[in-house]
Ligand binder design. Structure first.
Ligand SMILES: C[S@@+](CC[C@H](N)C(=O)[O-])C[C@H]1O[C@@H](n2cnc3c(N)ncnc32)[C@H](O)[C@@H]1O
Length: 222
């Protein structure tokens, strides 16, 4: 569900304090032209991710779910010149669009787009000794969110911030639905986080151009 007033408020926030520039706008245009679904984060949400990365002093970021690289651009812009962002994308066509968008944004030296199922890429990252990551943004197939948080923990250090997108799903999160793997996965995610002593977490609801949804935010405490 969307609401004209939520959209107007998002537009006001974006225009006043979180404006998208040419590279971000071009990334959305190129993604739409290539037929990618229009499911990137909103500009003010991208700015939130960038602020979190800056506040965290992030030098090493992991993203799961690239699409056309829109959230990737926001996040990578928080990195220092010697920072690194690895983003994992299942769909090779999405990964190609993202690589072009990141190059257009001048971020291709900082960002690596890895193609393949994230549950294959994550063990490879561990084997390579990648990480620990300072911030992990999880925004891929929701059914695997519990597995992605487990991997984020493996690739973390005390103080790592983990952000999981789309945990409200129009409010449907409160109603178990065995026929909806996204709801099942997200509810399992909350059970996992609740039982995990290494994570200190909260979740917030959001409304806006993305409808009624929300984020889970967690900090690795040990
Ligand atoms: C919501 S979109 C990501 C949006 C992006 N974070 C943004 O805001 O600009 C989810 C992406 O995850 C990818 N994806 C789905 N299943 C995946 C998997 N098993 N491994 C890696 N990526 C996956 C999809 O192809 C899609 O491009």
């Amino acid at each position: 569900m969307t609401n004209p007033q939520w959209n107007a408020v998002d537009a006001y926030f974006t225009e006043t304090i979180a404006p998208a520039d040419e590279a971000l706008t071009a990334a959305l245009s190129a993604s739409a032209a290539a037929g990618l679904p229009e499911i990137a984060v909103a500009p003010n949400q991208g700015k939130l991710l960038q602020l979190l990365a800056h506040m965290q002093g992030a030098r090493n970021i992991l993203e799961i779910g690239t699409l056309g690289g829109y959230s990737t651009i926001w996040l990578a812009r928080a990195l220092p010149a010697d920072g690194r962002l690895i983003t994992l994308e299942y769909n090779p066509a999405h990964a190609d669009v993202a690589r072009a968008n990141l190059a257009h944004a001048g971020l291709d030296k900082l960002v690596e787009v890895r193609t393949g199922p994230a549950l294959d890429s994550l063990p490879q990252l561990e084997a390579e000794g990648a990480g620990p990551f300072d911030l992990v943004f999880i925004d891929a197939d929701k059914v695997n969110n519990p597995r992605y948080v487990e991997w984020a923990l493996k690739l973390s250090r005390p103080g790592t911030v983990i952000v999981v997108d789309n945990v409200v799903r129009g409010g449907r999160i409160t109603t178990p639905d065995p026929d909806d793997p996204a709801i099942t996965g997200t509810r399992e995610l909350f059970d996992l986080v609740a039982a995990e002593p290494r994570l200190d977490a909260t979740a917030i609801q959001t409304v806006g151009t993305k409808g009624h949804d929300g984020l889970l935010l967690a900090r690795v405490v040990r």
